[in-house]
Write a protein that binds this ligand. Sequence first.
Ligand code: HEC
Length: 130
Amino acid sequence: MKKMIIACMLVAVSASFAFARPGHRFDSTTNSCRSFADGAAEFASRPWGKGGKAFRSSCKSCHTRDNKVGATFLWVESKSSKGWNRVFAEKKVVCASDGSWDSLTMEQLLSLNDYLFRFALNSGDMFDSA
Ligand code: HEC
């Protein structure tokens, strides 16, 4: 019995480790910790919050399937959380350097990065991403 409880605890611990819901991320552009644990920030990083909306209106205007501008099809699970952080930290992708991101405010970019980070491939929230 005792063994079972210990085994179960180990499974629970490892499962929660593997699918840990990301509650925060370090943002290297602002050198700050972004927490999605509370109210406004939590909502902004959701698919229907500011971050998800900015992704659909500003990124998916080009990154759809069969687009005419030669952009790869992108969706939230195209990259891991780390991969998305890198895209925003380095801004080396073609569209970030050619001015296509210029209409986005700093606040929108941060929420956008929060959203993509949270629901990315291999993140704990990918199972309920939209
Ligand atoms: C005006 C059209 C346009 C907009 C708007 C746009 N992109 Fe791009 N993006 C491109 C093109 C063209 C490329 C170069 C071709 C490619 O690699 O997809 C590119 C490349 C990329 C790449 C590298 C491709 C890859 O698979 O890693 C990423 C990541 C990316 N964009 C993310 C974004 C994000 C995030 C946004 C919104 C903030 C965005 N793009 C907005 C046109 C656009």
